[in-house]
Design a protein around this ligand. Sequence first.
Ligand code: AMO
Length: 445
Amino acid sequence: MKELDFSHSLSSLIDFDSLLNRQVTLTGQIQNISELAWGGFIHLRLPNYVIQCVIDREKSKISFDGLRNESAVKITGTVVTSTIKNPNLWPRNVEVQVSAIDILAASETPELPVDISKKVLNCDLNTKFNYRPLTLRHPGQRAVFRIASCIYNEFGNFLNSIGFTRICSPKIVSGSAEGGANVFKLPYFDREAFLAQSPQFYKQMMVGVFGRVYEEAPVFRAEEHNTSRHLNEYISLDFEMVLENGFEDIIQVETAALNNIFAKLKETCRPEINLLGIEIPEIKKIVTVKFAEVHEIVFKETGRDFRDQNDLDPEEERLICDYSQKHWSSDFVFVTHYPASKRPFYALNDPGNPEETCSFDLLFRGIEITTGGARMHIYADYVKKMERRGMNVESFESFLQIFRYGMPPHGGLGLGLERLTAQLCGLANVKEASLFPRDMHRLEP
Ligand code: AMO
């Protein structure tokens, strides 16, 4: 039996510098072809790289006939120092002098439905999403999702490092955790079930088990409005923990988690950051402002009066972020003490002012990226609040049993991966930070 050689598949990034003047065989796809009188260039897309391959027609006897953008090919050649440093390529210091090209699968049409060989992917959102398997191959799009991948990994890595346990909660559930009408129903044998709006109840249950838990998973919201900030399915980065001091503990952990993510992005995603021309921030100081104060600041600064509203309007979120930039030099604002009337039943009301909750939203560059807060942890408090809200206490009994067996003060948060990615990458629409976005009109691809 032939012994399999896994040395290549198990190697990490290719160290092209150490391969200088050596022969390599690379399997990838053709990002771009430039044919010139003497030969030309192929930009070959590899995992994490787009490398320049140079074809000398005379020396190599390779013809450009039959080579098409996106075809899958195996290229053999010698790694040499590159003469032109093209900023769209990575690595930039080396290129491959091609001796042979083997076409593994030719792209069917010479004219692709979207030209993904240019630096900027020039098409409208619908086209971008209709041809997602193709448009995602564009280096700018790949960069967005490499950044999302790093956020996802580092959120978990950081929480693991401070004693959190990863959980996977069910996505088919019997009720709505976040309230409201935006819940998807589905037939479940002889009854009705729902797609989870969040892992809220399960992460609270699991705090009773491990004390500190996190989950990174899809959640589902039947939002009936098509906006640039809403998806019907998104990735929620959640954690839940025992609180020693109060909901400020959650803000501390989120700040540290975000700063770790930002440091990791700078360390590992430099080519992507440069390609997108973006700036990765750092939370140098924690800025908190009470919900009621936001209304006052915005009114005083702009004359816009939102003071009778029990939530922040998207416009008001933008205005307070502008203010924060100008006066507090911060891209991040933790807005605290949201009105109890606007928060779900599980939120802990402020003992000093029961109209307010011990909760917060984190705003980043003009948009809410996180909701978090302390929860009630006494059984009788849940029953009282739910009855006051006219909720059917019995139907929540499987969740409420955790409070019958003793639960410490606890709280946590949910951070929208797509919203954070979109804000970091300067994308105008959160759907652009979703690989295969789901909205009211889109179920494919
Ligand atoms: P909330 O419903 O505010 O809170 O959601 C938390 C975060 O998820 C993101 N988000 C969305 N992203 C894209 N499309 C949507 N339709 C969408 N809805 C929400 C936002 C938001 O800040 N259980 C609580 C969290 C907690 O208290 O632990 C919850 O789900 O970034």
